[in-house]
Design a protein around this ligand. Structure first.
Ligand code: HEC
Length: 130
């Protein structure tokens, strides 16, 4: 009997946590604490601090976000403006099933431009994957 009550309690807590995150839509969880960034941080530093936890230190993705080397992200399909928008506003899950991308917090306009340049350079250097 005691076990049943504990189990029911757990289910209630899990349900509460899920609904606090916006119902049925999965949301990729941002890192708990963001590393502070210098105002003039370069693109690689911004990427590792603000994007790598989901898109991977090597840009090849994690279980929380897609590879930035996917052909889906080549510039004619996702131009720099879609990068600016995804970083500033987040994006609803549509290409994959990792969940929604939350808006990236604590990032300046300069840092956004630096990180886009960094990703584009890496995409050219490493090449796109199918
Ligand atoms: C908390 C996890 C997370 C973080 C942090 C994150 N992203 Fe994402 N991002 C995602 C997920 C998940 C998607 C896939 C959404 C989908 O299904 O299309 C995505 C998609 C994108 C897209 C595609 C947007 C579109 O219009 O389809 C771009 C561009 C992008 N991310 C860039 C970045 C950059 C640059 C950073 C760092 C400044 C970053 N992301 C940080 C999870 C994250």
């Amino acid at each position: 009997m005691k076990t049943t009550v504990t189990h029911a309690g757990l289910v209630a807590v899990v349900t509460l946590v899920l609904s606090a995150c916006g119902g049925d839509d999965p949301v990729a969880a941002p890192p708990d604490s963001l590393v502070p960034l210098a105002a003039d941080a370069d693109g690689a530093t911004v990427y590792q601090a603000r994007c790598a936890s989901c898109h991977g230190e090597d840009l090849r993705g994690t279980d929380k976000g897609p590879s930035q080397l996917s052909i889906v992200y080549e510039p004619n399909h996702h131009g720099d403006d879609s990068y600016r928008s995804a970083i500033s506003n987040g994006t609803a899950q549509h290409h994959w099933s990792f969940g929604n991308m939350p808006a990236v917090e604590d990032i300046t306009d300069d840092q956004i431009e630096h990180v886009i340049t960094y990703i584009r350079t890496q995409q050219q250097k490493l090449g796109f994957e199918q």
